[in-house]
Design a protein around this ligand. Sequence first.
Ligand SMILES: [Zn+2]
Length: 80
Amino acid sequence: MEPITLNKENEQLINIDDMSEESTLTSFNVGRHSTCSGTMRILKVSKTHNALICPECFFRILLPEDVKTYRNLRAHLLAL
Ligand SMILES: [Zn+2]
């Protein structure tokens, strides 16, 4: 699967070649952060939101909890 652009500065979620659009975002290894090669994770932060985080460089994006797949993630980020 193609990398997912995370923000307007063109940071990307990479190393997701083995994932499909319908794959569920897993807590401990969503993919790698293009900027620092950190392994990105999903963290539950409230009843309504998760966060996509990079533990290496402290990058963080809030995600509504209904963002569950790579397709959902791509669509959500495009709409921001
Ligand atoms: Zn990072």
